[in-house]
Design a protein around this ligand. Structure first.
Ligand code: C2G
Length: 134
């Protein structure tokens, strides 16, 4: 069984996230999503999430491509995660291109193209300016 792992905040879940998770799952048989905790988001990524970790976990767990959701608490846990969960392939969007190549010592590293026109920030900005749709 080929095991795939990916990391993220996944706030205001949108089709760009789904495009990533669908393609990540297609690279194997079992997909683990390591979901950034509220503390990690705030302290390390300076992201104030709309949804809490628990709410984001519920949303991600409901996605057919996702088999397991675990918390991301720090930048340093990736090597341990890859080893502990016997990961074959690490996947991230290509906005992270090259940033996790150190994991090639432990597993395959794949950067997938982002869905260009959508982001959580864009959604927030649009809602603030147009008061609703796009
Ligand atoms: N993504 C995408 N297309 C978008 C938006 C996001 O493909 N339009 C991808 C990102 O490239 C990432 C994943 O969806 O692989 C999750 O995106 P974020 O929630 O923004 O995650 P990020 O803040 O990049 O966290 O340790 C790694 C970090 O936790 C990654």
């Amino acid at each position: 069984m080929k095991r795939v792992i990916t990391y993220g905040t996944f706030d205001l879940l949108h089709y760009g996230h789904i495009n990533l998770l669908r393609r990540a799952k297609a690279l194997g048989d079992y997909l683990i999503v390591v979901l950034s905790s509220d503390e990690f988001n705030w302290n390390e990524k300076h992201k104030k999430c709309y949804f809490t970790y628990e709410e984001r976990r519920q949303l991600i767990e409901a996605i057919r491509y996702v088999d397991l959701v675990i918390p991301e608490n720090n930048w340093e846990q990736k090597v341990n995660d890859v080893r502990e969960y016997h990961i074959d392939t690490f996947v991230m969007g290509n906005d992270w291109e090259g940033k996790f190549d150190f994991l090639k010592a432990y597993c395959e590293v794949v950067y997938l193209s982002r869905t260009p026109e959508i982001s959580t920030t864009q959604i927030k900005n649009d809602l603030n300016t147009t008061g609703g749709g796009r």
